[in-house]
Design a protein around this ligand. Structure first.
Ligand code: AMP
Length: 271
């Protein structure tokens, strides 16, 4: 595994290859990331993982500061996984140039997380656009756990006619049901239990709603989540994942999208 901090040196290396399969991350690696990396390794291209905690996508400084970082442990894990390249850029390496493509922000960026985290998706797309320009990957591996992010990145790539193909990867979960997330590192045992109870409650509820849509009473569900130990709920909505729109008729296929806090930790998922 070769480690790069400078985009020019990285680009020189990539030029020697047939292309790259790219797995962007913010580090704090877990089973979800590992699954993306393993899929990438199956491709015919070199696997390139990046670790960059992008300050521009955090709407609160405190959230950026408390975001779990463990680069040493991550490097050890990536070596074990035998990836080809690891890119750990500095802020300047990413933001010290003017990208050719403008960021395309689809209007659905205003929904769900976009409503509650002002500027978040603009920050995400800005950094992804820059990474794409530096790396020009053949494939980009993204997780469905962050489905709105995945959807918006796909829209940007489509609109700007970028030649990278997005590979959508399924959500990997802990044994207790909750989606693996770097933010879980900030939860203590009791808080993990709360998150797991909330997941179980919502996945059972989804099964019931499928049979009887009248059970989808948002205010009642929010109250139940609070009594299960959530401290704040940002949203809870049923979206069709193809159209990425709120479902209108009860018989439409949907995923239940939700975001909530346990103390200061914000968790998102869709089931
Ligand atoms: P992050 O480091 O949180 O920015 O995530 C990097 C990539 O890993 C994104 O494409 C995420 O959607 C994906 N990812 C994060 N958690 C999971 C998970 N539990 N299952 C699958 N993919 C995930």
């Amino acid at each position: 595994m070769k480690i790069f901090k400078d985009k020019h040196i990285l680009q020189k290396e990539i030029l020697k290859t047939k292309g790259t399969s790219f797995v962007p991350t913010m580090g704090g690696l877990h089973k979800g990331h590992i699954s993306l990396i393993k899929q990438s390794k199956k491709s015919k291209f070199k696997t390139l993982v990046s670790i960059f905690v992008n300050p521009k996508q955090f709407n609160k400084k405190s959230d950026f500061r408390s975001y779990p970082r463990n680069t040493k442990k991550d490097i050890k894990l990536l070596k074990k996984l035998k990836i080809d390249y690891l890119y750990i850029p500095t802020f300047k390496d990413i933001y010290g140039f003017r990208p050719k493509n403008k960021v395309f922000l689809d209007k659905s960026s205003k929904k769900l997380c976009g409503k509650f985290r002002k500027g978040h998706f603009k920050g995400v797309l800005d950094v992804v656009n820059r990474f794409i320009e530096i790396i020009k990957p053949k494939y980009i591996y993204l997780g469905k756990k962050d489905y709105q992010q995945l959807y918006l990145i796909k829209k940007h790539i489509e609109k700007q006619k970028i030649k990278s193909k997005v590979i959508e990867c399924k959500t990997i979960r802990e044994n207790n049901g909750i989606a693996c997330s770097s933010r879980n590192f900030n939860l203590n045992k009791n808080q993990m239990k709360i998150a797991s109870n909330i997941y179980n409650y919502l996945s059972n509820l989804k099964k019931k709603i499928k049979k009887n849509y009248n059970l989808f009473k948002i205010d009642k569900i929010k109250k139940d989540l609070i009594s299960l130990g959530a401290n704040k709920i940002d949203y809870l909505e049923n979206y069709n994942i193809k159209s990425f729109k709120k479902i209108k008729k009860p018989n439409q296929k949907f995923n239940l999208f939700f975001a909530y806090y346990i103390k200061k930790t914000r968790l998102i998922d869709n089931i």
